[in-house]
Structures are given as structure tokens and as C-alpha cells.
Design a protein around this ligand. Structure first.
Ligand code: NAP
Ligand code: COA
Length: 271
């Protein structure tokens, strides 16, 4: 799926965790739609590789090393974006940490580290970006990456489930508080997206890949570009009247807990 080359022309976007997986997928789609990019995360080497790919696409892009657990790091990334490109129009809070461990075996620090990266990190993104987003001539966009597991209980990932549910609550509040400033605040909730660290850790390493696949009505893991398309739409003029929404991009997984994953031919189904 491609959007018009100028769908995001003139916009500057900061993406946390933009050097890998879903974040990098969003970065590439934003670049293809004409946006300038700032990627922020801890691993400078990985960021530079990603920036090289974006520049090869013809995009203007820079990397900033930042740990979203530290407010001053995120604030500094926003400042670098504004100093370099003159403004910031889109903030995507995508950085996250997760691993499978039942609560009974989860150390207090294991709980804390995920809440710190996911929930506190998203708050830091919101707080740091607000002054710039409210002056965006396009109408600011704040997007947080959630998950369809956030509100249904997530055995093995209590920390990430709680953090993502907190993010969804935060975004509902920001929709109300920042609407008058023209800032649209939405979450995108991916299902299982193939070729990502998330699916590797949560499903493949836990021996649940086939089970997970069988629960998806569309019969396949999603692609990072599927999430990226939703992000481009929300940040383009076409998404101007959308705020406070949770955009689910999951191949139908959350609607089909009992799906067998077996395709039924139309003729059979009609019998
Ligand atoms: P990923 O490639 O591991 O992405 C996580 C990113 O966050 C990395 O680029 C990492 O970069 C960055 N990061 C981690 N801790 C950080 C910190 N303290 N400060 C700054 N950056 C940090 O995994 P992914 O699967 O693409 O996940 C991306 C997002 O999608 C996450 O919000 C995840 O919860 C969500 N999600 C994924 C799936 C899925 O199927 N993959 C499903 C639902 C939701 P550094 O290591 O360089 O810091
Ligand atoms: N099972 C149980 N506990 C775990 C764990 C696992 N697989 N991985 C980490 N922990 C615990 C550690 O033991 C530690 O607790 P302790 O101090 O009581 O021993 C705590 O979590 C913090 O671990 P640490 O490695 O010090 O954290 P970090 O800040 O270096 O890294 C993580 C953060 C743990 C989230 C790391 O996995 C990460 O950087 N993830 C980013 C990528 C990612 O998770 N992608 C998927 C996104 S969906």
C-alpha cells in the first residue's frame, strides 16, 4: 500500500524506537510520504543504519540517542528536532520493552522496567512534545503504539498489558485536554506483526507461533507496513477529524477468540 508522495509533505516526525521493527516500518512509510524524520532510541549503531536507509530513499533524517525512561533525553530529542528542522508536527511513542514471565516469577525490577519504558516513556514523549505539537501548522499528531492485548488480560505479560492499558487511558485524557490545541491523540493497536522482536519474544520463543496464527481470521501475521499505513493515514490531512481513537490493525484477531483459523469455502459455508 502506498500513499501519495506528498501525503505528509512538510511534516517533521519524531519516532521513538524508530530504528527497528514497527517503528522503522513507520519511519519508511513517513519518508515515502514526504516527511522529515527524527529517530530516537538507545542503540546509536542501529539508528545510524536506519538513517542510512531513509537517506537512500531521499528523505531528510537524523538520529538522536535517547532512553525514553529519562525525561531529559526525550526533551533533548524534541529540541534537536526543532533546532534541525524548525518545527515538530508528529510524535510517535513506539519504544517498548517486553518479555514473557508469569507474575509469580516476575521480580519487582522486571515489572518496573517495562512500566518505565512503555508507560512512563509515553508520558515523557507527550510532555516533551506538547509545546512543539501545539504550534504545528498542520495540527499536531500524537500517536502511541498500544496492543489489542491491553484490555483483555495478558498471561505472561502482566507488566506490558498494564502499561499499554495505562497508555490507552492517558491517550483518552490527552484527546480531551489537547483537542483545543488542535493536537490529535490516537493509539494504534497492532495484533501480531511478523518479523518483529515482539512476535519473536512473545510467540515464537514461547512456542506459541502456530497457536497464534490459528487465532487470526485473515490467516497470517501482519506486516510492519500494515501498522505504518494506519500511522500515515492518521497523520495526513485525511485523518484530520480523528482523535481519541484506538485503531486496531490485527487481521481480526481480537474479534475471533474462538476462530479455528481454517478457511471455509463459501459453498461449504452456505450449506
Ligand atoms: P522492537 O523492534 O524491539 O522495537 C522496540 C524499540 O524500542 C526498539 O527500536 C528499541 O530500540 C526501542 N527501545 C526499547 N527500550 C527503549 C528505551 N528505554 N528508550 C528508547 N528506546 C527504547 O519491537 P516491535 O515489535 O517493533 O515493537 C514496537 C512497538 O509495537 C512496541 O510499542 C510494541 O509494544 C508494539 N507492539 C508490537 C507488536 C508486534 O507484534 N511486534 C504487537 C503489538 C504491539 P533500542 O534498543 O535502540 O533502544
Ligand atoms: N524474564 C524474566 N525477567 C527478565 C527478563 C526475562 N526474559 N528479561 C529481563 N528481566 C528482568 C531482569 O532480570 C531485571 O530484573 P532484576 O534486576 O530483578 O534481575 C529486569 O527485568 C531489568 O532487566 P535489564 O536487563 O536490567 O533491563 P534493561 O533496561 O537492560 O532492558 C528490557 C530492558 C529487559 C525490557 C530488554 O528486554 C529490552 O531492552 N527490550 C527492548 C526490546 C523489546 O523488548 N522489544 C519487544 C517490544 S514488544
Amino acid at each position: 500500500m502506498t500513499f501519495r508522495e506528498d501525503a505528509l509533505a512538510g511534516r517533521v516526525a519524531l519516532i521513538t524506537g524508530g530504528g527497528s521493527g514497527i517503528g522503522f516500518g513507520i519511519a519508511k512509510a513517513f519518508a515515502a510520504a514526504g516527511a522529515k524524520l527524527v529517530l530516537a532510541s538507545r542503540n546509536a549503531e542501529r539508528l545510524e543504519t536506519a538513517i542510512g536507509e531513509l537517506k537512500a530513499m531521499g528523505a531528510e533524517a537524523i538520529a538522536v540517542t535517547a532512553d525514553v525512561r529519562k525525561f531529559e533525553d526525550v526533551e533533548s530529542a524534541v529540541k534537536t528536532a526543532v533546532d534541525t528542522f524548525g518545527h515538530l508536527d508528529v510524535m510517535v511513542a513506539n519504544a517498548a520493552g517486553n518479555f514473557v514471565v508469569p507474575l509469580a516469577e516476575m521480580s519487582p525490577n522486571a515489572w518496573k522496567v517495562v512500566i518505565d519504558i512503555d508507560l512512563n516513556g509515553t508520558f515523557h514523549c507527550a510532555k516533551a512534545a506538547y509545546p512543539a505539537l501545539k504550534t504545528s501548522s498542520f495540527g499536531g499528531r500524537f500517536i502511541a503504539i498500544s496492543t489489542t492485548r491491553a484490555l483483555e488480560g495478558w498471561p505472561g505479560c502482566a507488566h506490558a498489558g498494564a502499561a499499554k492499558a495505562g497508555i490507552m487511558s492517558l491517550m483518552r485524557t490527552l484527546c480531551g485536554e489537547w483537542g483545543p490545541d488542535g493536537i490529535r491523540c490516537n493509539t494504534i493497536a497492532p495484533g501480531a506483526i511478523g518479523d518483529t522482536e515482539g512476535v519473536k519474544r512473545i510467540y515464537e520463543e514461547a512456542g506459541r507461533k502456530e497457536l497464534e496464527l490459528s487465532s487470526i481470521p485473515l490467516g497470517a501475521f501482519g506486516k510492519t507496513s500494515d501498522i505504518a499505513s494506519a500511522a500515515v493515514f492518521l497523520c495526513s490531512d485525511a485523518g484530520a477529524y480523528i482523535t481519541g481513537a484506538d485503531i486496531v490493525v490485527d487481521g481480526g484477531r481480537n474479534r475471533s477468540r474462538s476462530s479455528t483459523g481454517v478457511k471455509v469455502e463459501a459453498t461449504e459455508a452456505a450449506e
